[in-house]
Ligand binder design. Sequence first.
Ligand code: CO8
Length: 258
Amino acid sequence: MAYENIIAEKKGGVGLITLNRPQALNALCAALIDELAHALDDFEADDDIGAIVVTGSEKAFAAGADIKEMKDRTYMDVYGQDFITKGWGRLATTRKPTIAAVSGFALGGGCELAMMCDMIIASESAKFGQPEITIGTIPGSGGTQRLTRFVGKSLSMYMNLTGEFIDADTALRSGLVAKVLPNAEMLDEALRIGAKIAGMSRPITMMCKEAVNRAYETSLAEGVLFERRVFHSTFSTEDQKEGMNAFAEKRKPSWKHR
Ligand code: CO8
């Protein structure tokens, strides 16, 4: 599929998706979301790919859903077509690990998209916000839910109720992002982390991701039980044997990905 709103390329074992609508600060129009979902399907199916990085431009990761495209829609349009659910959630359902590499604006649906990734790496210029309130609506793809779980009630309420943005430093302190780097180094670092993850056993990284994500869906006791059962199941893989034998034999593991 030829893409018009994104660029999808392989960087070794990492699939890199660059949101590419510079004229609209990467506003997330329906065509872009379709292309993103398609590229994610391709990378998920590609055995060479072990991690996926999603990035934007230096000025904007994404300035939100495309306001001009959605402004005249009626309730029956958006409810009837289940607008938002289709395509939008694809990033949140990937089984391979995902990294959002954020420079500039990550606003509204852009912030929500970044939060669907497994971690966010930000540059010093990054600005995160849920400004939907300023255009007469509310977040529709996790901005009131994921953000609250990640940064807590007070900061989430502040961002959602005022629409004001937070800078990279605040995002780091609040736990929204994993790392902040100078603009020129940010994407390389995200790709380095992606390559490191891609260099691990594929099934084990997927199990690990599943276990961390369970923490957001269940009680502590259930989550710890889930983790223990998945831990037990790693012992059924060849890669657990290879990883532990390699340690004992003081050599690097050679993963079989099974
Ligand atoms: N939608 C459409 N076009 C946009 C968007 C957007 N979200 N953001 C920027 N653009 C366009 C501008 O209209 C402008 O186009 P043009 O040159 O044709 O006038 C171009 O991008 C450049 O933007 P600005 O001139 O405004 O650039 P500035 O540097 O002056 O300002 C800002 C940058 C502060 C980011 C500003 O553009 C802005 O406030 N943008 C809107 C931010 C916003 O409100 N985002 C939330 C949108 S609603 C949402 O995301 C709901 C998500 C729900 C889940 C998914 C539903 C599908």
